[in-house]
Design a binder for this molecule. Structure first.
Ligand SMILES: Nc1ncnc2c1ncn2[C@@H]1O[C@H](COP(=O)(O)OP(=O)(O)OP(=O)(O)O)[C@@H](O)[C@H]1O
Ligand SMILES: [Mg+2]
Length: 349
């Protein structure tokens, strides 16, 4: 199948997934793995840090037995500008002009400092006779050029060749949403280390995206700051007790909750905004992914706060796991962490 593998360079962990076509034509797992991102390296512009990340990628590829040298990677959602835009159905030159106008309008950076790409979500339909038309919908993605160049530099140092860049949300939607969910509206939430990414998917199509800078690391920071623990100890407490009420006399919950509620508030705003726009299509389920999806008590806490069914996203729903990987995959502590890398690998040629 692909001549490439999916690479997700997170602020805390790097993940890789490589696939092949199984006999029945379905994508099959060939290789996967994860490793820690060198501390702070993705937040830095220095070449030395880029080299450290490149080395970590190389080692991970070797350890996980990645075969391809071609890669698809994702820019962090928090660093790109992503928007679903709508206009009457347009084609050709008219479409290009409308896109240019829209990107000038919403991208807060000069034109020569960003790389803009787009994906048609719905081609739309002009009104015909009695039938009302449908707007055209396009997902516009703009990445700052300095970010693009930094990624290109890292990949070059790692000795791999990029075949495409996507955003994290596009990757995770591809791996977490199956053909059979197409009738329901799902809200996907990626709870990572430094960012929380949200997106609403209706009939398999992305309708809304948002990224906020409050996430897993802020929960540990709150435990450290408010209870006076060292960061490493605070991280352990966060992982052990999370949002559980009955643990440590509720001490951890008391400091984690106000930070987590910032995220809940943002989720509620996303739901309301979609409900206002499309009242007939309520959000029916929430899918959690990312490392912080393992926070103790998070599923129940979110389900109670939102009044919607919450589940942990399975990154392998669209992928065949061959028998030789079954045990290893089952033993993985955090499978859902592979959602972005898996979705990148699932991109069709
Ligand atoms: N058992 C656990 N309980 C709670 N949090 C956890 C657990 N295991 C990992 N985490 C948290 O998950 C985060 C790492 O997850 P992930 O690998 O998805 O992040 P990342 O992709 O590197 O980050 P980002 O996408 O935000 O740059 C860290 O904040 C870590 O504390
Ligand atoms: Mg991530």
């Amino acid at each position: 199948m692909q001549q490439f593998f999916g690479l997700d360079i997170g602020s805390r962990n790097i993940k890789v997934v490589e696939l092949n076509r199984a006999r029945d034509g379905r994508p099959e797992l060939v290789a996967f793995g994860s490793t820690e991102t060198p501390s702070g390296a993705m937040q830095s512009d220095s070449e030395m840090d880029q080299q450290k990340v490149a080395k970590a990628i190389k080692e991970l590829m070797k350890e996980s037995k990645i075969k391809s040298q071609k890669v698809i990677t994702a820019f962090p959602e928090s660093r790109v500008f992503t928007r679903v835009i709508e206009f009457p159905p347009l084609r050709g030159e008219e479409l290009y002009r409308a896109l240019e106008w829209e990107s000038d309008r919403f991208i807060p950076l000069p034109k020569d400092k960003v790389k803009v790409s787009w994906m048609v979500l719905d081609e739309g339909q002009l009104p015909e006779g009695e039938e009302a038309g449908r707007k055209m919908e396009i997902l516009l993605v703009a990445a700052p050029l300095d970010l693009v160049n930094r990624y290109l530099g890292i990949l070059e140092m790692a000795g791999v060749e990029p075949v495409a860049f996507e955003s994290e949300i596009i990757g995770m939607v591809r791996s977490l949403i199956t053909g059979s969910d197409e009738s329901a509206v799902a809200l996907i939430i990626s709870l990572g280390a430094s960012a929380t990414d949200l997106c609403i998917v209706d009939r398999g199509t992305i309708r809304f995206t948002r990224s906020i800078g409050t996430s897993g690391d802020d929960l540990a920071k709150a435990v450290s700051r408010d209870l006076g623990f060292e960061v490493a100890q605070a991280e352990e407490y966060k992982r052990a007790y999370g949002l559980m009420e009955d643990k440590l006399g509720g001490k951890i919950l008391a400091v984690v909750k106000p930070v987590f509620d910032v995220i809940v508030n943002e989720i509620e705003k996303a739901i309301i905004s979609y409900q206002t726009k499309v009242p007939m299509r309520p959000v029916k389920r929430v899918v959690l992914t990312g490392g912080t999806a393992r926070l103790p008590g998070v599923v129940v806490y979110l389900a109670e706060s939102l009044g919607i069914e919450v589940q942990i996203g399975d990154p392998w729903v669209n992928i065949v796991i061959p028998p030789r990987f079954e045990e290893e995959v089952r033993r993985l502590e955090n499978q859902t962490q592979f959602a972005v890398a898996g979705g990148l690998a699932l991109k069709q040629d």
